[in-house]
Design a protein. Structure first.
Length: 204
């Protein structure tokens, strides 16, 4: 999250078909408009990480729709779950930070259109798969995400990617000294591991 000109430059340099913007300050609209002007061809998604108030969300949601934003992650803090009901319907909403268990998926289902599932939050492959199945049964979309994680963690998550609508598995791209190999990237494509087990091994 930088100033509008900086983010426009980053968007032009990214050469990626999908851009995810972090927001949560007074310059959010200017930031979004600058990125859209720089990349009219890009698919844009927005993540507020719970940084908006309900008033801000009411004001900005129509602007996000105007700018062609696909969906919005966690506009309000988790403790304001009931307020999500007022926002639902204007743009697809995803819950992220509070989604850690199957029970969380069930409790948030009436308020959002989708959930973000991360192995680091759920506790591993089996719990994450159970959460995906629960979300599907409740008619929710699923985004498979990650923290800033190595290829070991993201290589595990990659095995669940075919079960998700969206995969945001870029953690290793943010690490300069990742000690693992076996997972790679080809532009916007995740090239999954092919070795035994998780397919990831220590870098030699």
């Amino acid at each position: 999250m930088g100033d509008p000109d900086e983010m426009a430059g980053l968007a032009r340099a990214a050469k990626m078909p999908i851009l995810k913007l972090k927001v949560g300050s007074e310059d959010d609209l200017a930031r979004l408009e600058a990125v859209r002007a720089a990349r009219p061809d890009a698919r844009i998604r927005v993540d507020a990480n719970g940084g908006w108030t309900l008033e801000t969300a009411r004001r900005l949601l129509p602007e996000l729709a105007r700018l062609g934003v696909e969906f919005l992650e966690q506009p309000l803090p988790p403790e304001e779950r009931a307020a999500y009901a007022e926002l639902k319907g204007s743009l697809p909403l995803f819950a992220d930070e509070p989604i850690k268990t199957v029970r969380d998926v069930v409790e948030w289902a009436p308020y959002v259109d989708g959930v973000v599932i991360k192995l680091a939050k759920s506790g591993g492959l089996a719990p994450a798969r159970a959460m995906i199945g629960t979300a599907r049964g409740l008619g929710l979309q699923v985004m498979l995400g990650c923290m800033v994680e190595t290829r070991l963690a993201v290589g595990a998550a990659a095995h669940l990617a075919p079960l998700a609508d969206h995969a945001d598995l870029d953690g290793p791209l943010l690490i300069k000294n990742d000690p693992f190999t076996g997972l790679d990237y080809d532009g916007p494509r995740l090239v999954g591991p092919t070795g035994p087990g998780l397919g990831v091994r220590p870098r030699t």
